[in-house]
Each structure stands twice: as structure tokens, then as C-alpha cells.
Design a binder for this molecule. Structure first.
Ligand SMILES: Cc1cc2nc3c(=O)[nH]c(=O)nc-3n(C[C@H](O)[C@H](O)[C@H](O)COP(=O)(O)O)c2cc1C
Length: 337
């Protein structure tokens, strides 16, 4: 039987958080607590994704979801890339980090990973950075996979509905991590979670998971009362022991020195929200909308500076002060209506 959001014991979803924050343990803990745990499948090889899906299924009988980034290949702006590379060169040198001159486009093995989701018959698949085409959604449906499309405005919601998705994840501007905005070059629609939820629910007529800036049970209840089928949190899970969050990132979330979040293209070329640190302050003005090449470009710097909160990406939503170092099941329970 295909998954349905109405079957959840608790209408709380744990956000997919690719790049090492999602772990099978975190996903299973959220699902095991009656919520819907998502796993971030981006940046992984298809083989690793398959192993991790099997690890989640071994940890819980409860339904869970897996998220992928939809690739978009736009003409490569070589000049902008080279200029940004030059700008980063002194930092790379100071850290002894590699700074590649040529970075190829990658679609992150999208088709192979969709096939993994189908083979493994994951209960839920969610997508961000765009929407898979109708044929891909139909293949997922044939394997009884429930499909969620992440959107940041009404136009994107209507495109996702055309593709045949079963539900939408409405990601408001306060959300931590990458914005789901479909086009790399698109400006962020910048809509708050509550008006985005009501706008896309009215326009698309699909169940909506509301995400972005949720810091308390009251925040969750307000979204559920406004019609959300579930509420998704990412930032609130970052300090959980089950998460793969780097120690420097965990510490920064609780450090009074870090006071605000902004959206920036500095780390990846796509807009993402994180705590303002020296890297964001120094490079945001120069970062071009060149994704995924800028993401690969900064990878060596981020690895070399992995213990330095002024180098790594400290993804966080506006509610970051409420993130506690407690088990994920406690976060889910504390948000339960
Ligand atoms: C560290 C981190 C990584 C994220 N990675 C992904 C991802 O891989 N895929 C995705 O769809 N959303 C990702 N997001 C965004 C979340 O799905 C969600 O929209 C957001 O966390 C909700 O806002 P909140 O952080 O204020 O709770 C990420 C968020 C964070 C904080």
C-alpha cells in the first residue's frame, strides 16, 4: 500500500540533510518516533545510497523518505567561475587546500539514484532544486513510492502538480540549508512559511508539508492549523546525537558569537541559509550562480577547514537558537500537537 501523510502517528517530518548531516540513525529515529524521517541522498554514490537505505530499513519498520537534488545544466560561466576561484586562492593557500582549475558538471547520478529508490521501494521520495518529469514520477508510482516535490512559490507548486507529485513540501524563506528554488539563476521568491503554505495549498490542491523556521510546538501548531498535512524541521535536529553534524557546526549553533543567518551562494553557487561567519562575510558578494561547480570548487577548503566555524558552511534556519542537544525522538515529541 502506498504511503499517505494521514497515516503518520505524529505530523512531524525530519528534513533530509545531505552532505553528512543525515544519517540512517537520524532518519530512523524520527520515523521510529512516529514522524516521517527523510534521508538526504544527494552527493552520495548510488551504491552508498542503496546501503544507507538498507541501513534505515534495518533500524525501523516505520515509513521513511529519501531526498534527491534534481539536476539542472545551464551554460557554464567560465569567466565568473575563474574570477571566484582567484578570489578564494589566498584562503586555499593558507589552509593548504586544493583549488581545482577545471570542475566538470555533474548530475549527481540522478537517474541511477532514482532507480535505487525504485529498486528499494522506498516509501517516500522527495525532490528539491526542481521537479522530476511526469515519466519519472510515474515510474516511482509504479513502485508504490509516494512522491513529494519541494517548492518555494506558487508557480513551482503548479509545475510540480503537473508532474503528478502526491504532495508538496513548501519551503519558506527562513529554512536552513539550500533553497529549493527550481532555477539556479532564479531570484529567491523569499516567501515566509505560513503564506507560502496557504498559497500553494490553495493553488495546487495537494497535501502540503510546511518547512522553514519552525522553532517551537506553537510554530508547528500554527502551520498545522493553517492546513499543513505535516511540519518539517531540519535545524532543530542539527544538535541531536544521531545527526552527523560536524562538532564545529554543533558548537556554533549554541555560540553567542553567531547571531544571525543569511542566504548566500558563497559555498555552492546556489542560495542556502547559514549562520554568518567569516567565509560568508568575505565571499558572498563575489560568489557567482554557478552550481554545482562552485560547490565542488569550495569542497577542498571546507574539508581542510572542517574544524573551523569560520570556514565551513554552518547551515541553519532562523530558529537556530532553539536547537537542543537532545535525542531526535525528544525533538519530535516536543513538537507534537
Ligand atoms: C544542514 C541542512 C541540510 C539540508 N539539506 C537538504 C537536502 O539535502 N535536501 C532538501 O530538500 N533540503 C535540505 N535542507 C532543507 C530542509 O529540507 C528544510 O527545508 C529546512 O531544514 C527547514 O527549515 P529549518 O531548518 O528552519 O527547520 C537542509 C537543511 C539543513 C539545515
Amino acid at each position: 500500500m502506498m504511503f499517505d501523510l494521514g497515516l503518520l502517528g505524529v505530523p512531524i517530518a525530519g528534513a533530509p540533510m545531505a552532505g553528512g548531516t543525515s544519517t540512517p540513525e537520524l532518519t530512523a529515529a524520527v520515523s521510529g518516533a512516529g514522524g516521517l524521517g527523510f534521508y538526504g541522498g544527494a552527493y552520495l554514490t548510488p551504491e552508498r545510497l542503496r546501503e544507507d537505505i538498507r541501513a534505515i530499513a534495518a533500524l525501523t519498520d516505520a515509513p521513511f523518505g529519501v531526498n534527491l537534488f534534481v539536476p539542472e545544466e545551464i551554460p557554464f560561466d567560465e569567466a565568473a567561475f575563474a574570477e571566484y576561484r582567484d578570489r578564494l586562492a589566498p584562503l586555499a593557500e593558507r589552509l593548504g587546500a586544493p583549488l581545482p582549475e577545471h570542475v566538470p558538471f555533474t548530475d549527481d547520478h540522478f537517474d541511477a539514484k532514482v532507480q535505487v529508490l525504485i529498486d528499494e521501494r522506498v516509501p517516500v521520495a522527495s525532490f528539491t532544486f526542481g521537479c522530476p518529469d511526469a515519466a519519472t514520477v510515474a515510474r516511482l508510482h509504479a513502485a508504490e513510492v509516494f512522491v513529494v516535490g519541494t517548492v518555494t512559490c506558487v508557480d513551482e507548486a503548479l509545475i510540480a502538480r503537473e508532474s503528478g507529485v502526491d504532495a508538496l513540501c513548501a519551503q519558506g524563506v527562513s529554512a536552513g540549508g539550500h533553497r529549493g528554488t527550481f532555477g539556479i539563476l532564479d531570484a529567491d521568491p523569499g516567501i515566509d512559511t505560513l503564506p507560502l503554505l496557504t498559497g500553494v495549498a490553495d493553488a495546487a490542491g495537494l497535501p502540503v508539508i510546511a518547512a522553514g523556521g519552525v522553532a517551537s510546538r506553537d510554530d508547528a501548531i500554527a502551520l498545522l492549523e493553517a492546513g499543513a498535512a505535516a511540519v518539517q524541521v531540519g535545524t532543530l535536529l542539527l544538535r541531536c546525537p544521531e545527526a552527523g553534524t560536524k562538532q564545529a557546526h554543533r558548537d556554533a549553533l549554541a555560540d553567542p558569537r553567531f547571531t544571525e543567518t543569511v542566504t548566500t551562494r558563497a559555498y555552492s553557487g546556489r542560495l542556502a541559509r547559514g549562520l554568518v561567519n567569516e567565509f560568508i562575510a568575505a565571499y558572498s558578494d563575489a560568489a557567482p550562480p554557478v552550481y554545482p561547480q562552485v560547490n565542488t570548487l569550495t569542497g577542498g577548503i571546507r574539508r581542510a577547514g572542517s574544524t573551523d566555524p569560520d570556514v565551513i558552511n554552518l547551515w541553519a534556519g532562523t530558529g537556530f537558537r532553539a536547537a537542543q542537544a537532545v535525542p531526535a525522538a525528544d525533538v519530535v515529541a516536543a513538537l507534537s500537537p
